[in-house]
Write a protein that binds this ligand. Structure first.
Ligand SMILES: [Zn+2]
Length: 254
């Protein structure tokens, strides 16, 4: 009595076994953010095949208000992203994206933007060359930091507020989450990279700046040398780790 079916624009983040033949699925939706629902049916069920990680489309969920339970009644998959399962590196990068979303998602009422970023990032991973899956993943982390409201200003010093030129090194301070100019943070350039002070080269800053407003599908056009790539990886994962209070194992897929 009183139950109703709701429609969502949804991306499957994670599916796990629940009981003998049922599964529990986690979705990122444009309407309500992350929701959890049961998927009934045995191994040969069509619905069970549809509700698999990285698929997205239109989802119908029946909500029983008495038991406060949700079950998937139908899922019209519009994006299958078969490329993700064709290569180990892509599967790992895609899993790192969905695990990050489950670990820390932005609040508030606007879920369309996070869903669009997640969907486009998985599209890019699905089509990326195996050696380049790191690029859409790092692009995702940097822009997810923006959605969480923790993305520091990459052009201004967080201490003296001066504008930093394009060819300037900056230092990320893990203590206060700021980026520091070469004068305020320069003393740390001579030290080893640590979790407290991370150096970002001009190449690393340029990549973050140029790719930031881009669709992740275009990210692989902008390459970095290995030093800059490692800096961006250390920096973006440190940002997210600070927000989560821990590092996710899934980030270290390479
Ligand atoms: Zn400064």
């Amino acid at each position: 009595m009183g139950g109703r079916t709701l429609t969502y624009h949804a991306l499957v983040l994670r599916v796990r076994q629940s009981g003998e033949s049922n599964r529990e699925a986690f979705f990122l939706t444009a309407e309500e953010g992350i929701i959890r629902a049961m998927v009934f049916g045995g191994p040969k069920s069509k619905l069970r095949a549809y509700v698999s990680p990285f698929h997205s489309g239109t989802l119908w969920i029946y909500h029983d208000p008495v038991k406060d339970s949700r079950k998937v009644t139908d899922f019209d998959v519009q994006s299958w992203r078969p490329g993700i399962r064709e290569a180990y590196e892509r599967t790992m990068a895609a899993g790192a994206i969905t695990e990050t979303i489950l670990a820390a998602h932005g609040g508030g009422g606007n879920w369309q933007e996070p869903l669009t970023l997640a969907s486009q990032s998985l599209d890019a991973v699905s089509m990326a060359k195996e050696k380049e899956v790191m690029l859409p993943f790092l692009h995702f982390l940097w822009n997810w930091a923006d959605i969480l409201g923790i993305q520091p200003d990459i052009n201004h010093c967080g201490v003296c507020e001066s504008l930093c030129s394009q060819d300037e090194y900056m230092t990320y301070s893990g203590y206060d989450g700021h980026l520091l100019c070469s004068r305020c943070g320069g003393v740390y350039h001579h030290q080893e990279q640590s979790s407290s002070y991370l150096v970002l080269s001009p190449g690393a800053r340029r990549w973050l700046t140029v790719t930031s407003p881009l669709n992740p599908n275009l990210v692989s056009r902008y390459n970095m040398d290995n030093t800059a790539l490692n800096q961006v990886k250390t920096f973006t994962t440190a940002l997210l780790a600070a927000a989560l209070g821990k590092r996710l194992q899934s980030w270290d897929f390479v």
